[in-house]
Design a binder for this molecule. Structure first.
Ligand SMILES: Cc1cc2nc3c(=O)[nH]c(=O)nc-3n(C[C@H](O)[C@H](O)[C@H](O)COP(=O)(O)OP(=O)(O)OC[C@H]3O[C@@H](n4cnc5c(N)ncnc54)[C@H](O)[C@@H]3O)c2cc1C
Length: 455
């Protein structure tokens, strides 16, 4: 028998964006219902986010190529026959976190409803037998799911997605990673440091092809040092599984690859039919929910996060969530602006960037001036004593004298990027930036030195 319930706002999808919205609205005193099948607080936090400082356990192991005493259990397994990968991470971020997050949510005026939500009418969401009627609207934040590339035979094999890779409790002897898209490179490094033989297969002529070529070179060099085999300009044409391993045939008829496991990290796409977004007058065959600058997607409907096709990025998802919250509470701020997104790949060294690459700037017919400075000019060791390798690259619109893009690669690449992110967004003049004398922060000194190169 169906049960009708009321709420101010219903949020199907409690990932990065949804959990944030739920918390913010409840803190503002609204009656909020959050609906989620299993994870609370986002795909990235559970299956991604392979950085060194923020991932408990695994982060330590990542930055120490040979696991040592503080993680003796993980270390001995890593060295022995039954080696764990995601098990270390899984203990830190799996079910326990779900329970903790659900408990946290229940403390406030939020109601957590386990299950899959489906829009069944305007301002109406059904979860099993329960139907929730939202007075102030529904905010779908149902994210995106992995999408398979069109490779013959692939769909019939037990390939891994990012989720399988992070949940793995046995380290395969070898792993083929199909597609780099940031996550592929991050995962390749992780497995290689557990001494798995990893091969990355990338169709583009270089890794991280959307970033500066210097970032690609640096990343490839670091992966090679970790023992990863990198095959670029290499497309997979056919995949087969024989019960013990995968055979991957490459375009061009070169020798097929063999691997015990294969990870596919190519694309992700929103599923609009599952959450019933077609009932809101949105076209279900479309890949995304189009939302305006205030995240409005229809009457009583605001969509946020990956489902809107902006990103995919947890930072963009949170940004949109903030905008949506302001609108629902009746104090809307400025419309969203996606002109200069910041980007980050958690490799070692980290690759962080904002705005235009040199090539993009030239394609826009800007008069471009660039400056490239290696961070080895600063003699400080990176976090946890890591090698100090990387660079800062600045892209200037020479006619206006402002930065239009920047890349910061290094052990603290993302941290250093923040100052550059602000400068690019504020369109600060390079001349003015030269007067922003940094405190004694060695990595930031590279930015100062690179600014000197823009003349
Ligand atoms: C492995 C991995 C690594 C990543 N690394 C980074 C990174 O380093 N930096 C970065 O910025 N971004 C990263 N991302 C991308 C980032 O995680 C996403 O962009 C972000 O999580 C999007 O937030 P969201 O709220 O839209 O969706 P998600 O966080 O994906 O949450 C959506 C939630 O909705 C649930 N759901 C789906 N359908 C329904 C339904 N019908 N009813 C109820 N709930 C439903 C899903 O189970 C999920 O829990 C990574 C993603 C992955 C998968």
């Amino acid at each position: 028998m169906s049960v009708n319930e009321r709420a101010d706002v219903v949020v199907p999808g409690l990932g990065h964006a949804g959990a944030h919205i739920m918390r913010a609205l409840a803190e503002a005193g609204l009656d909020v219902v959050g609906v989620g099948p299993r994870l609370v607080a986002g795909e990235r936090g559970h299956w991604g986010h392979i950085d060194d400082e923020m991932t408990p356990g695994a982060g330590y192991l990542l930055s120490a190529p040979r696991p040592t005493a503080p993680f003796a259990r993980g270390a001995s397994r890593a060295a022995g026959r039954s080696r764990t990968v995601g098990g270390v991470r899984g203990r830190a971020t799996g079910d326990r976190v779900d329970r903790r997050a659900a408990d946290l949510l229940a403390v406030k005026r939020e109601r957590f409803v386990p299950g899959r939500g489906r829009l069944t009418g305007p301002c109406q969401v059904s979860v099993g037998e329960r139907t929730f009627h939202a007075r102030r609207g529904v905010v779908p934040a149902t994210g995106a799911q992995p999408r398979l590339p069109a490779v013959r035979g692939l769909s019939g094999t037990p390939y891994w997605t990012d989720e399988n890779a992070m949940a793995a409790v046995e380290l395969p002897a070898s792993l083929i990673v199909l597609g780099d898209c940031g996550l592929g490179v991050e995962t390749a490094r992780l497995f290689a440091r557990f001494r798995c033989a990893v091969t990355v297969v990338e169709r583009q002529p270089r890794l991280l092809s959307w970033e500066e070529p210097e970032a690609s070179t640096l990343t490839e060099r670091a992966l090679l040092r970790d023992g990863v085999t990198v095959l670029t300009s290499a497309g997979a044409s056919e995949v087969a599984y024989d019960g013990t391993g995968f055979t991957v045939h490459l375009d061009g008829g070169t020798e097929p690859l063999r691997g015990e496991r294969m990870l596919v990290t190519t694309e992700r796409q929103a599923d609009l039919t599952g959450p019933g977004l077609d009932t809101a007058g949105l076209v279900a065959s479309s890949a995304v929910v189009p939302a305006d600058g205030q995240m409005r997607a229809g009457r009583g409907l605001r969509a946020v996060g990956d489902v809107t096709g902006r990103g995919p990025s947890s930072d963009v998802a949170l940004y949109q969530a903030e905008v949506a919250v302001g609108g629902i509470l009746g104090w809307p701020g400025p419309d969203t602006d996606y002109q200069k997104p910041a980007r980050l790949v958690y490799t070692d060294p980290e690759i962080a960037a904002v705005g235009l690459t040199e090539r993009q700037a030239r394609n826009q017919r800007l008069r471009v001036r660039t400056s490239l400075l290696p961070i080895t000019s600063s003699d400080r060791r990176g976090p946890q004593g890591r090698r100090c390798e990387g660079f800062v690259k600045l892209v200037e619109d020479a006619d206006r004298g402002v930065l239009v893009g920047a890349t910061s690669a290094g052990p603290a690449g993302a941290e250093v990027l923040y100052a550059l992110n602000v400068a690019v967004h504020a369109e600060m003049s390079v001349e003015r930036l030269r007067h922003a004398v940094p405190a004694c922060v060695p990595f930031h000194r590279t930015v100062e030195a690179a600014l000197g190169g823009l003349c």
